[in-house]
Design a protein around this ligand. Sequence first.
Ligand code: ATP
Ligand code: MG
Length: 185
Amino acid sequence: MSERSTEKRLENAKRRGLLVVYTGEGKGKTTAALGAVFRALGRGYKVGVVQFIKGKWKTGEAKFAEKQENLDFAAMGEGFTWESDNLEVDKAAARKAWDKVDEMVRSDRYELIVLDELTYCVHYNFLDIDTILGTLTHRPERLHVIVTGRDADPKLIDAADIVTEMRKVKHSFDQGVPAQLGLDY
Ligand code: ATP
Ligand code: MG
């Protein structure tokens, strides 16, 4: 067996899918998750990103995703009726998005899945934490999952392998500086 394929075998034997949570009040949660996406794509891995955010505008990351063949990107603003003042409609949209995540996880096609701002859906009772953990704890063994958003549920923190809390030391928003293209979105 060549040295190269032995190396590959060792790498695969070491591989273990981790559940990562980026939470807290400071800036950097989504950015950190997208950094891991960048890395995984660099390794030739298949990556899925689902953004549980309101709003119709396209983020820089959504635009970038269009050009990446190994990156499946879905934002709730498009394709889902998330932009509404009707809580029941929002709830239905969140459930529909979760069905999509469940399908992605079960497909066993991905090495990394990012669930951006998922914590808000739990916080506002659009999604049930036990349903979420049911999917995430039965994921394929090699699949890494990153969840971002403030106010992460204690059950999610308990189930996670890595939890990082972003702490705000300073933010330009407090000095009246609006969100900046290419840095914030
Ligand atoms: P980013 O997407 O920049 O990594 P984030 O995911 O940590 O930020 P979110 O709570 O998702 O933070 O907020 C998204 C937007 O709000 C971004 O434009 C970000 O710059 C801004 N933001 C993040 N933290 C703060 C804060 N503490 N005060 C004001 N604005 C913030
Ligand atoms: Mg974010």
